[in-house]
Design a protein around this ligand. Structure first.
Ligand SMILES: [Ca+2]
Length: 264
């Protein structure tokens, strides 16, 4: 069963121009609780997390799988008499949180979870990796789990649509994104990518081998450069460098390289 909601209280998620991640909205309410009551007084409740609001129409669809409505074994029939819907949305004593139910319908959903690849990158030591999970799974509410180093196994090291990690040691890391449905009905899907974390000079050497258009790092007066908090974009075909340069903190060595890059 799929419910379509409009939430008055939403939160805008925008990481700014430094990242290639489109802003999106989520409700301030993190969960919606559904209580189904039958004509015989039996009640069954289900709680589902909220997700990303559809940017096309500003409505949020939340599915409640029928299999989650657990009835006692001797109950053969459940005639719905009343349905109560509640959230943990923030409100005040005078202004309650407001949500609107636009539609409720029963659908069949057998679409498997599909996850876009997260790619592989060369990054500079100390810079932040910021990745956005892109996945589809029919009407299911999805959970996004990130593991930042596969060598010690796959854990839920970060949970959320956006994963962020800063490595403190150089190395060859395998990042794994696992997407599952919160109700545990569908088969989870994992994708991974290889992230080579190096000191910046090594990053430059590797990129320089591929593109002669990237000039060598030069010794420059840091005050005259003043690149702190300025986003860097290389205009050539060097996506690895793009990631390193998108980071919120500008690495001191990166500032030195800055003169060799085109700044926007
Ligand atoms: Ca791990």
């Amino acid at each position: 069963m799929v419910f379509t909601f409009f939430f008055n209280e939403v939160q805008h998620v925008d990481l700014g121009d430094m990242y290639d991640i489109d802003p999106y909205d989520v409700p301030k309410a993190t969960h919606v609780r559904f209580v189904f009551e039958s004509d015989t007084g039996l009640s069954v409740s289900v709680e589902e997390p909220t997700g990303v609001i559809d940017p096309d129409d500003n409505w949020l669809r939340i599915a409640v799988p029928m299999s989650k409505l657990k009835l006692p074994a001797d109950v053969k029939e459940f005639r719905l008499k009343r349905l109560v819907i509640a959230t943990d949305g923030p409100g005040t004593s005078t202004t309650p949180a407001t949500m609107f139910l636009g539609e409720a319908k029963i659908v069949e959903d057998d679409q498997p979870i599909k996850v876009d690849p997260i790619g592989s990158q060369t990054i500079a030591l100390g810079d932040e990796v910021v990745l956005l999970a892109e996945a589809r799974g029919g009407v299911s509410s999805l959970k996004y789990s990130w593991d930042w180093d596969a060598r010690n196994g796959i854990q839920d090291e970060t949970v959320g649509k956006i994963g962020r990690c800063t490595y403190t040691k150089g190395g060859d890391y395998t990042i794994t994104l696992t997407v599952s449905d919160v109700d545990g009905i569908k088969t989870p899907v994992s994708v991974d990518g290889r992230y080579l974390c190096q000191r910046l000079a090594a990053v430059w050497r590797q990129l320089g081998q591929r593109s002669s258009s990237i000039p060598a790092p030069q010794a420059v007066d840091q005050e005259s450069v003043g690149l702190r908090r300025v986003p860097l974009h290389h205009r050539g075909e060097a996506p690895e460098l793009h990631v390193a340069a998108r980071c919120r903190r500008i690495h001191p060595v990166l500032r030195d390289v800055g003169r060799g890059l085109h700044l926007q």
